[in-house]
Design a protein around this ligand. Structure first.
Ligand SMILES: Nc1ncnc2c1ncn2[C@@H]1O[C@H](COP(=O)(O)OP(=O)(O)OP(=O)(O)O)[C@@H](O)[C@H]1O
Length: 227
């Protein structure tokens, strides 16, 4: 997947200014940046929901998106939400996807009966069932408590390894970025301010001391200095 010289503005606000980005097949890239630096805009362009003003975007077929709020349809059961759009002959794929995210016993529940973490799992199952090549995650765990968030990070890391997806994840959480991604990019003023490779393969142990140093570097690029 690649962006070459991609620019996007809304009125007089320049959001992306000649952005170049290449993501290898199977790579996990985390995108961080201050509020309003264009992270969601970048994802929306990858998803084909938005067109750039100029530049070239090349994205393979098969993109699935999971957002911070799970966006399940409240009038359909969890299983039906996951199976939505699948031909009747392939409904068993929804059952398998629910089992992969640990929700096999919740297929008959209503979305409103799920906890935040379960709803996020259902949302992941809905992406899984489409067998995407590229998974886009926009602040997927932002609304979850700290423990559920750690569990969801492990789950996404495991699914990524099992399925060989290319992942682009927008997050405000530097620790989450270095725990999961192969590479973290910091967006600012329309382009990439800093790019860091994270050694090893995610999901990494949250308490890995090497990650703390990378996290501090990223916070520095975001203009945050810790005492
Ligand atoms: N449809 C739109 N119309 C007008 N302005 C927009 C639109 N979408 C985004 N913007 C503006 O573009 C800029 C980038 O927005 P974007 O949502 O991509 O940032 P972000 O980095 O994802 O922010 P956050 O971290 O707060 O979610 C912001 O100034 C925003 O107000």
């Amino acid at each position: 997947m690649s962006f070459e010289g991609v620019s996007k503005r809304y009125g007089s606000t320049v959001v992306l200014d000649g952005l170049d980005l290449r993501v290898a097949q199977g790579e996990f890239v985390a995108v961080i940046g201050r509020s309003g630096t264009g992270k969601s805009t970048l994802l929306r362009i990858v998803a084909g929901l938005e067109k750039p003003d100029s530049g070239t975007v090349s994205v393979p077929e098969g993109v699935a998106v999971a957002f911070q709020e799970p966006r399940l349809l409240p009038w359909l059961g969890v299983g039906a939400n996951v199976a939505l759009g699948l031909p009747a002959s392939q409904r068993d794929r929804a059952v398998r996807a629910l089992a992969e995210v640990g929700l096999e016993d919740r297929a008959g529940a209503w979305p409103l009966e799920l906890s935040g973490g379960q709803a996020q799992r259902a949302s992941l199952a809905r992406a899984l069932v489409r067998e995407p090549r590229v998974l886009l995650l926009d602040e997927p765990f932002g609304a979850l408590d700290a423990l559920t968030r750690l569990e969801m990070q492990s789950l996404v890391g495991r699914l990524w390894r099992d399925h060989g997806w290319t992942v682009v994840m927008v997050t405000h959480d530097v620790d989450e970025a270095v725990r999961l991604a192969d590479r973290v990019i910091v967006l600012g003023e329309g382009s990439i301010r800093l790019e860091l490779e994270v050694p090893g393969k995610g999901p990494r142990r949250a308490e890995d001391p090497q990650l703390a140093g990378l996290g501090r570097q990223l916070l520095g690029a975001l203009g945050v200095t810790l005492a």
